[in-house]
Design a protein. Structure first.
Lengths: 301, 325
């Protein structure tokens, strides 16, 4: 990405180039983006780069359990970040855990966005009683904290990847709906929508080709914040034992697993997954903060 | 105003009813508590008797109808596990949670407002920037992990503070409180700090933004022109004016603090409502789960109502009668 802002020939200023240049104005944001890219790559390629498959019980040796970081295994391998009680390499566990955490976080935010976008656009474009109904539901839901809603749903649904995703979608759609409606209400009064109407374009064409693309910038910003929120919430719920099943450990579950050993001073089982979780959330927030500044029309010169 | 109040109350009752149906029907879909509660060697007849005793042999709608009628009289069912009224169990744990939530809020305000003021008065200085960076970190740090780290550093490595329980409590007006004894105070520091983390970041941001806005106002300039000391300008003229949004947000946040106490209580084994609900979910103690959720939803509706009404009193620009219903 950085390569694009070093023009060889005098560059033509395109909206995309300007966007990239403005984004790169903050070194912190670029650092966040680089960090996020590394985390994503690690999560995607975990099965190829992890020293060990943490789910394959044949590769685990209970005799290697609870080794501190940098210790050697019986087979001469080094456990850079130590091992957990099952003799699982923490580094590999974290790489696979990142996979689960990101999948759940990104996946549920995506579905929440689809639902919220549909609800928000409907509310803004149709109006009337339907708008009142949708926005009332949104208001009421947003008056309860996310963790309470998730707690109610998980107490009802039980454990599992699908269950926690349902809970996260149910928590987050309202934020998207509110954002999309707010933007769409402003956008639909603008001239280009009027022009499209004058051309007698179909309703769905106006909504999807004209209105929706112009509602995207704030949506992208909300999305980054909510993905981070979803990842944190999933970790919290898994930590409480309400989220993912033990067979598919996410970062939250790894941390919960190490909690029992914390009091005896074996810090690494909880510490390193937490660092990975923190790094992920901080990187997403840094990128999101900068995106908000760049995409905010009020701050544009 | 009266119309608004009535409409608002009706809406609250409707939300409470919808929530109760959702929670009741949902909670009854998970597991069969009889399997856990009864001796595995029990025969068919004994299981049937246990079922009848717990009212589980009735159709779901009748169980719900009975639940609503009883709930209206303050009876939210008996705990399967402890065999005492669920509401008693919750009320007994509630002071601990409220104590923790209030202490955490106090931490957030007492630390957050001065830090936010400082950052707002000197936004470009190194202190101002590090305070802001700290608050971003506070938003990003997962609460439960910070709790673990607090235990690791202050309880395990340094051994300064205890990490579990409430410690010694003193009874005041029939309520046990930890903050009144030295041992209890030592026990509450870590959990309250943990729970305060998010609020602290929020208060810092709010007071910084407020300060930056307020110092540009004419009345602050005028106060300076009168030759008032910086201390008086900050603590009287600026401070008072940044507190309005902070008070509102903290009022709203009190509810979410109580909800988030679930996490902190689990980590620090703080015997409050939050720990009770997690234990009850794991033990399939349905009446307690339903009762907890109903109590918390009820508290929330009350808090939201109170904040809305307080708004109209504090800020005359908000005309309640004009709010679209």
């Amino acid at each position: 990405m950085t390569a694009e802002i070093v023009p060889v020939a005098p560059a033509v200023e395109t909206p995309f180039r300007r966007f990239v240049a403005e984004f790169c104005a903050s070194r912190l944001a670029v650092a966040g983006l680089v960090g996020l890219s590394i985390i994503l790559l690690v999560a995607i390629f975990a099965p190829w780069i992890a020293p060990q498959d943490p789910y394959d019980l044949r590769q685990l040796d209970v005799l290697d359990g609870r080794l501190p970081p940098l210790s050697k295994s019986m087979g001469g391998k080094t456990y850079w970040l130590g091992t957990d009680d099952q003799g699982r390499d923490m580094l590999s566990g974290i790489m696979y855990g990142l996979r689960t955490s990101l999948l759940v976080g990104v996946g549920s935010s995506f579905f929440a966005m689809l639902i919220g976008m549909a609800a928000g656009l409907t509310a803004a474009y149709v109006g009337g009683a339907i708008e009142t109904l949708i926005m009332r539901i949104v208001d009421i839901q947003l008056s309860f904290p996310a963790i309470l809603i998730a707690l109610i749903l998980l107490a009802v649904l039980g454990q599992g990847v699908d269950k926690i995703m349902i809970a996260l979608v149910a928590v987050q759609w309202a934020y998207y709906a509110r954002t999309v409606r707010g933007t769409a209400l402003v956008e639909r009064r603008k001239e280009y929508i009027e022009a499209a109407r004058c051309l007698a374009l179909g309703k769905s064409r106006i909504v999807f080709r004209h209105l929706l693309p112009n509602c995207l910038p704030p949506l992208i910003v909300v999305n980054t914040v909510l993905v981070a929120g979803a990842i944190a919430l999933e970790a919290t719920l898994s930590f409480l034992g309400l989220g993912l099943p033990i067979t598919k450990p996410s970062l939250g579950l790894l941390i919960a697993n190490g909690f029992a050993y914390m009091l005896s001073g074996k810090y690494w089982i909880s510490f390193f997954p937490g660092v990975a979780l923190l790094a992920t959330i901080v990187c997403i927030n840094l990128v999101g903060d900068q995106l908000r500044d760049v995409l905010n029309p009020r701050l544009q010169k | 105003m009266l119309v608004y109040l009535i409409r608002r109350l009706l809406q609250s009752v409707a939300v409470l009813l919808v929530m109760s149906v959702l929670v009741f029907v949902g909670v009854f879909a998970i597991g069969d508590p009889v399997e856990i509660l009864i001796n595995p060697q029990a025969d068919q007849a004994e299981i049937a008797r246990a079922r009848a005793a717990l009212g589980l042999d009735q159709p779901l709608w009748r169980q719900y109808a009975l639940f609503v009628v009883n709930a209206a009289t303050g009876d939210l069912g008996r705990s399967f596990v402890h065999n005492v009224p669920a509401i008693d169990l919750i009320l007994q744990r509630m002071p601990a949670t409220l104590e923790l939530a209030v202490t955490a809020t106090l931490f957030g305000v007492l630390l957050g407002v001065p830090l936010g003021l400082l950052a707002g008065l000197r936004p470009q200085s190194r202190i101002g920037k590090s305070i802001m960076a700290g608050s971003i970190l506070g938003f990003s740090l997962p609460t439960f992990w910070v709790g673990l780290m607090l235990i690791m550093v202050f309880a395990v490595q340094l051994g300064w503070l205890p990490s579990t329980g409430r410690g010694e409590t003193r009874r005041v007006l029939g309520i046990d409180l930890s903050i009144l004894t030295l041992d209890g105070l030592r026990h509450i520091v870590l959990p309250a700090l943990n729970l305060a983390l998010f609020k602290l970041s929020l208060v810092i941001r709010l007071s910084r933004a407020g300060t930056r806005e307020v110092v540009l106002q004419d009345y602050v300039k005028f106060a300076r022109a009168k030759g008032l000391a910086q201390r008086r300008v900050v603590w009287v003229h600026v401070f008072k004016n940044i507190m309005i949004p902070i008070v509102t947000v903290l009022g709203l946040e009190l509810g979410s603090t109580i909800a988030f106490a679930v996490v902190t209580e689990t980590i620090f084994a703080w015997p409050g409502m939050g720990k009770l609900i997690i234990d009850s979910i794991n033990l399939l103690d349905r009446p307690v789960v339903v009762a907890y959720l109903m109590v918390v939803v009820f508290m929330f509706i009350l808090i939201n109502l109170a904040v809305d009404l307080a708004y109209s009193v504090l800020d005359p620009r908000v005309r309640l009668s004009e709010v679209k219903g």
